[in-house]
Design a protein around this ligand. Structure first.
Ligand SMILES: N[C@@H](CCC(=O)N[C@@H](CS)C(=O)NCC(=O)O)C(=O)O
Length: 99
């Protein structure tokens, strides 16, 4: 089971979200990390239309002021940007017993 930074008491049964853009390398790295943990079904992927500048809009900048994907958003709303930080989080918080 996925371990949380956020209190499970306050959380609805919602999956963490990965904001990504298909075909871009940094989001792909996050998918690879999740695939290694057999955890692709333990997150919800949200497509961000980078080509239309969706990542530069205020709603997305509120999650990541750097205006880039990927972003991991935990159930409590905490957002983690940068693929190295996200893959580190995945490595430490997703179990290895599925492997
Ligand atoms: N340092 C960031 C870089 C993320 C990044 O450059 N993402 C690209 C996609 S691979 C992006 O969002 N590009 C949109 C832009 O720069 O406008 C990370 O490691 O995640």
């Amino acid at each position: 089971m996925f371990r949380f930074f956020c209190s499970p008491i306050l959380l609805a049964r919602q999956l963490p979200k990965i904001y990504e853009a298909t075909g871009f390398i940094n989001p792909a790295r996050v998918r690879i990390a999740l695939a290694e943990k057999k955890a692709l079904d333990q997150v919800e992927f949200v497509e961000v239309d980078v080509m239309k500048g969706e990542h530069r809009q205020a709603a997305f900048r509120a999650k990541n002021p750097s205006a880039s994907v990927p972003v991991l958003e935990l159930e409590c709303g905490t957002a983690i940007a940068k693929c190295s930080a996200i893959t580190e989080y995945i490595d430490h918080n997703f179990p290895v017993e599925n492997n």
